[in-house]
Design a protein around this ligand. Structure first.
Ligand SMILES: [Fe+2]
Length: 346
């Protein structure tokens, strides 16, 4: 495994880069906007391909690197399903898996610091965001924070992990880099409480000043979405209703870019083809399945994903590859479902 812990000194943020092998797919957790050049350099130096950028929650103390990484690498942006960020490519829920080549992270919903806080468990380590810090816990006094929810997340989820599990938080202000569940059980002063009420009392009386960046970071981090209007402005988008109207035409091929797990969970459009987003470049290039479909078979390719992010990137790439007839469905399967489009099980 390739594992790097990177630090942004301005915000005290830890960012994690993971991959299963040199030359393989990589994912990054909690990237900071100002450090994006550094991440991309390291990704090149380690010969990795960034495919997913994940935020554990909507940050209040720095601007996320998710949008910039998406724009520069065409990676998939990921957050939990409770996020208020406008559009991320993929939303995960408790019990889902966050997958890249050779790695699967378990998704734990751990609200409390915010109502969109998630932790990610991989083998011997857990990325706890700001839910559980080293000898501390994330504040619960803004962004729909809730000390009781946090108590539940920590005591009933994170502390139930094996004691040797390594704890990698999103922040540290003292210079600590890693801990374990066992160590936090014994030495974390915030966890020396006897009840949920006592924890809530403690957290409600911290009287911390708001983070310096909060007024800038929170609104900025809610708008990470790709500008789907630009794609629509070029005439490359269909609304869900338009797509429903043309879906059965013989010259239309709806191409689903989502992962298998997303298709199983949210359903598929009957008769659609499956071409997962990471294989897109191959498929639209000369000799690729979608290239053939568009040229030899004369089909109009209509891309679909979860919320229209991946499909908007795909339609741009397909246009660049010369597939001028290609379109995408604005708002993805989410919009399709809301417009009562037909769904089937994969
Ligand atoms: Fe936070």
């Amino acid at each position: 495994m390739i594992f790097r812990q990177l630090f942004d000194a301005t915000s005290g943020t830890y960012t994690y880069l993971l991959a299963s092998r040199p030359g393989g797919e990589a994912l990054i957790i909690d990237p900071v906007l100002e450090k994006v050049d550094r991440y991309l350099q390291l990704i090149r130096e380690l010969d990795l391909k960034l495919v997913k950028a994940v935020d554990t929650h909507l940050h209040a103390d720095h601007i996320t690197g998710l949008g910039a990484l998406r724009d520069r690498t065409h990676c998939i942006t990921v957050m939990g399903e409770h996020t208020k960020a406008d559009v991320v490519s993929m939303r995960l829920a408790e019990g889902d898996r966050l997958e890249i080549e050779g790695m699967r992270l378990d998704v734990l919903y751990t609200p409390g610091h915010t109502d969109d806080s998630y932790s990610y468990l991989f083998a011997d380590r857990v990325f706890t965001g700001d839910t559980l810090l080293i000898r501390g816990t994330g504040r619960t006094d803004f962004q729909n924070g809730d000390p009781r929810a946090q108590y539940d997340s920590i005591f009933n989820k994170l502390l139930k992990l094996p004691e040797t599990t390594l704890v990698y938080p999103a922040h540290d202000y003292k210079g600590d880099t890693v801990s374990t569940i066992g160590e936090e059980k014994l030495f974390n002063p915030r966890l020396k409480v006897k009840s949920m009420d006592e924890y809530a009392e403690l957290m409600n009386n911290l009287k911390l000043p708001n983070p310096k960046m909060m007024d800038v970071a929170v609104p900025a981090n809610m708008r990470v979405g790709l500008h789907q209007e630009e794609v629509a402005g070029k005439g490359w988008a269909l609304t869900a209703a338009e797509a429903i109207a043309v879906r059965s035409r013989p010259d239309v091929a709806i191409v689903d870019l989502r992962e298998k797990s997303e298709r199983e969970k949210h359903g598929i459009i009957p008769g659609s083809l499956h071409a997962p987003y990471p294989s897109l470049q191959e498929e639209i290039g000369l000799g690729g399945m979608l290239h053939e479909l568009a040229t030899a078979a004369g089909k109009r390719i209509v891309f679909l994903c979860a919320f229209g992010e991946r499909s908007a990137m795909a339609v741009r790439a397909a246009q660049d590859a010369g597939l001028k007839n290609s379109r995408h469905i604005s708002g993805g399967i989410d919009a399709w479902t809301k417009a009562n489009g037909p769904l089937a099980r994969p």
